[in-house]
Design a protein around this ligand. Structure first.
Ligand SMILES: [Zn+2]
Length: 93
């Protein structure tokens, strides 16, 4: 009996990324809080690797750098605020 098999090989995207490294999930543990007088407050989780804000919650991988994300600790994420480096610090005379 002859069994024919298709030789099509498809590599799932996750496997592809895994082969490229980034296989260890990094915990998402920061959340960026934006305050807006128009829309109110908005918060976005931050990629632990490249520090960009993530467009969607609970994505498997970072859009930008492909880092695998671990959302287990996201409820305890530390709130950070944008622009802390160039915050208006001292009053100029
Ligand atoms: Zn990233």
């Amino acid at each position: 009996m002859k069994q024919e098999t298709s030789s099509t090989i498809t590599i799932p995207r996750k496997t592809f990324l895994r082969l490229n490294g980034y296989r260890e999930p990094m915990p998402v543990n920061e959340i960026m809080m934006f305050s807006s007088s128009i829309c109110g407050d908005a918060s976005y989780y931050v990629c632990p690797k490249c520090k960009v804000t993530l467009e969607w919650e609970f994505m498997d991988f970072c859009d930008r750098c492909g880092q695998k994300l671990d959302w287990k600790g996201c409820k305890k994420a530390k709130i950070i605020y944008p622009g802390t480096q160039n915050a208006p610090a001292k009053n100029l005379k």
